[in-house]
Design a protein around this ligand. Structure first.
Ligand code: SAM
Length: 284
């Protein structure tokens, strides 16, 4: 029967994604998963879901495409501009000032689930703008890392080239300050690119870097099941330095006991802070 064959194929696809890439789709709704797979089957001209399984196993590029489609790489520069303004004034400016004043030399920011890089470049512009406003020609080293599961998205992010339509979210002054016009659109300038490194990584894995001053993870955990959500928040807690900040998307929040791990800074814009003194889930 057609339905049984589809179910079996979907199961094989799930297992292949988990085994080959550690990409766990168990948190996604089954109807969303099958809709995305059917769309990919259509694009690849496979005649059945079982034929698609074979195609997927032989074709790394298709695995990338499927993961990108499942991960919903939708993003924009300064997505939700008010949130970036608040982040700049409440978090980035004080961090820049404090680090410069104390002579601390590195500001570490993680754009987690950065898709095609717009969020990461936006953060870099916020930092450079704060430095400019304060007139700080500082020796502060700024390191911004953008990570994502989708290699296709990261390849795009690394080029730093966006179409005319794609840069609509960037205020005109920032566009002329930080981007250069190219035939194919606009390219992030070297001062911006120098601050950023893109690398692939699964947010469900133990973080390999720590002591971040700020982690921005927006519009990612919304697609996760509760256990996945909890795991990612625990990883962020571990990766932040004491006193470091976490920003989620407007429709995302901390849940259950994890709320006690952080102090709320701006409820509307989902900005939280890890206390200076470490907390544990079992603390009263
Ligand atoms: C909707 S985009 C959000 C992009 C950006 N943060 C924003 O708010 O505009 C979600 C991104 O999360 C990434 N993602 C989903 N699950 C992930 C995981 N387990 N590890 C790393 N990235 C993941 C997807 O590949 C996708 O690029």
């Amino acid at each position: 029967m057609m339905v049984d064959e589809d179910d079996e194929a979907y199961d094989l696809i799930r297992r292949h994604l988990l085994r080959s890439r550690g990409f766990d789709v168990s948190g996604y709704s089954p109807s969303f998963f099958s809709r995305v797979v059917r769309k990919r089957i259509g694009r690849t001209n496979c005649r059945s879901s079982i034929e698609y399984v074979g195609y997927l196993r032989r074709n790394e590029k298709e695995v990338n495409e499927l993961i990108s489609s499942l991960s919903i790489n939708v993003t924009d520069f300064f997505r939700d501009p008010g949130a970036f303004e608040e982040l700049s004034s409440r978090v980035i400016r004080p961090l820049v000032l404090l680090k410069t004043e104390l002579g601390w030399s590195t500001l570490r920011i993680w754009s987690a689930g950065c898709a095609t890089g717009q969020e990461t470049y936006s953060l870099a512009m916020c930092v450079l703008e704060e430095l400019r406003k304060e007139g700080l020609s500082t020796n502060l080293v700024v390191r911004i890392i953008g990570t994502d599961l989708s290699k296709t998205a990261l390849d795009f992010a690394s080029t730093g080239v966006y179409s005319q339509e794609g840069v609509k979210g960037i205020p005109r002054r920032l566009l002329s300050e930080y981007f250069e016009k190219r035939e194919s659109g606009f390219e992030a300038s070297q001062p911006l690119k120098r601050l950023i490194r893109f690398t692939s990584g699964n947010l469900l894995d133990q973080p390999t870097r720590s002591f971040f001053d700020l982690i921005v993870c927006r519009n990612v955990v919304i697609y996760f099941s509760r256990p996945m959500h909890d795991r990612v928040i625990d990883n962020f807690y571990q990766a932040l330095r004491p006193g470091g900040f976490l920003m989620l998307g407007r429709t995302e929040t901390l849940m259950g006991p994890r709320r006690r791990l952080f102090v709320g800074i701006d409820h509307e814009n989902r900005i939280f802070r890890k206390p200076e003194k470490s907390m544990s889930l079992s603390d009263p």
